[in-house]
Design a binder for this molecule. Structure first.
Ligand SMILES: Cc1cc2nc3c(=O)[nH]c(=O)nc-3n(C[C@H](O)[C@H](O)[C@H](O)COP(=O)(O)OP(=O)(O)OC[C@H]3O[C@@H](n4cnc5c(N)ncnc54)[C@H](O)[C@@H]3O)c2cc1C
Length: 380
């Protein structure tokens, strides 16, 4: 019997584990998932949650509701991977051997690098506690300048900062604060979104809503005493409230096990999802250095290739199944509208469908249900 170990049990890891146990007979393989957290969070909800308080349980499910009973869950942290001995060290001092390993450790939100998130004027919406703090700040906001900026690239869900900005504009209008507020969107490129055609649409919407775009802003640091955000090039932008997407990097285990690039993202073959220069080791989701968006959708569409390749290897065959980079992305442009984009390694994002109410409904109301009932369970 083979041991297939998945390190990291959020969207990517749970999906892979759930799909694997449905493809394999119990006598052939044991699928083990290592994850310290007891709950799974539907992260796209954070973008909306910043504006309205409701219980986190509305977009969180306990592990036993999303993970198949056929997967062995170890509620602990993996601390090191020895790829020569093919074993994983755990925080409880035990070691776990593997025949096949799947890394799904995601990206670490390195709040400590900014060292200012305790300030009541500096916020983000990428983690639960930070989003709760942002809710309070927006509730107490009476006008001034709000600045939105990523601190590093890549970051999870490329449209999320722009989506937040659109929702912020709508929120301020609803609360009669828009004419007392300047919104500035800072971005490291010459356009407000990585891809040119989508960017054109985003820029048009920014212009229409009076959102100021500051190009080529490479975040360097915050001067919290003088309320200024400063770029690598020395540009200074004043704020009354700063929404700074936290720095993203790989987790310690990837760095300490020498499996990562400079930022700690796993060096991964973008087609087969095999970890480069390693045997029987795969990676998926936000922990990889693959040239696709760090998104649940990308993890979902790449999972079948990874699973097929493990199955091929188990049969003694060469893992030749390729992922073509196909993924989709919803871009919320107000509380009522969104765009749907599709893209792959072979073509840049194409706008699919219209900027319409139907897709908003699909995203906001139905998608959370699809996520918990079907996607993460590996049925789709
Ligand atoms: C605000 C926001 C909006 C978003 N919107 C969208 C969207 O609209 N569409 C979309 O597709 N995606 C969206 N995303 C991105 C999506 O949520 C993530 O890309 C997805 O959750 C990544 O899943 P993952 O499993 O790869 O990584 P993660 O969710 O980061 O999970 C990694 C897991 O690994 C565990 N782990 C880490 N290190 C260890 C270790 N040493 N031992 C054991 N376990 C470990 C962690 O505890 C964690 O549970 C959004 C994200 C955010 C923050």
């Amino acid at each position: 019997m083979k041991n297939i170990v998945v390190v990291g049990g959020c969207f990517a890891g749970i999906t892979v584990a759930n799909k694997l146990v449905r493809k394999l007979r119990r006598k052939d393989a044991k699928v083990i998932l290592i994850e310290p957290n007891e709950f799974n969070i539907y992260e796209p909800q954070y973008v909306f949650w910043g504006f309205k308080k409701y219980p986190q349980s509305k977009f969180t499910k306990p592990m036993n509701k999303v993970l198949s009973g056929k997967v062995t869950w170890l509620r602990t942290v993996a601390t090191h991977i020895d790829s020569v001995k093919k074993q994983i060290s755990l925080s409880n001092g035990e070691t776990l051997p593997y025949d096949y390993l799947v890394l799904a450790t995601g990206a670490k939100m390195d709040e400590a690098q900014v060292d200012s998130y305790d300030d009541d004027k500096i916020h983000h919406f990428y983690l639960a506690d930070a989003t709760k703090k942002l809710q309070d700040a927006l509730k107490n906001f009476a006008g001034g300048t709000i600045v939105i900026s990523p601190s590093t690239v890549p970051y999870k869900c490329p449209p999320a900062p722009a989506e937040f900005t659109f929702l912020l504009d709508t929120y301020l209008r609803k609360n009669n604060l828009r004419d007392k507020t300047t919104i500035k969107y800072l971005y490291p490129l010459m356009r407000p979104y990585p891809e040119a055609r989508v960017s054109e649409k985003v820029q048009k919407l920014f212009d229409k809503r009076g959102i100021e775009f500051v190009e080529f802003f490479n975040y360097e640091t915050v001067d919290k005493e003088n309320r200024k955000v400063i770029s690598l090039e020395g540009e200074e932008i004043e704020y009354d409230l700063l929404v700074l997407i936290p720095p993203h990097m790989g987790h310690e285990i990837i760095i300490d096990s020498d499996l990562g690039d400079r930022e700690g993202f796993v060096r991964t073959d973008r087609f087969t999802l095999k970890v480069k220069d390693q045997e029987n080791m795969y990676a998926i989701g936000d922990c990889t250095d693959m040239p696709i968006s760090k998104s649940g959708a990308a993890a979902h569409f790449s999972a079948p290739a990874l699973i097929k390749n493990i199955l091929l290897e188990m049969k003694g065959k060469v893992p030749t199944k390729k992922y073509g980079g196909f993924t989709v992305c919803f871009v919320v442009t107000s509380f009522r509208r969104s765009l749907l984009l599709v893209f792959s390694y072979n073509y840049a994002p194409r706008k699919f469908g219209l900027h319409n109410l139907f897709l908003y409904g699909l995203f906001k109301k139905a998608f959370k249900i699809v996520y918990f009932k079907a996607l993460i369970k590996g049925y789709l």
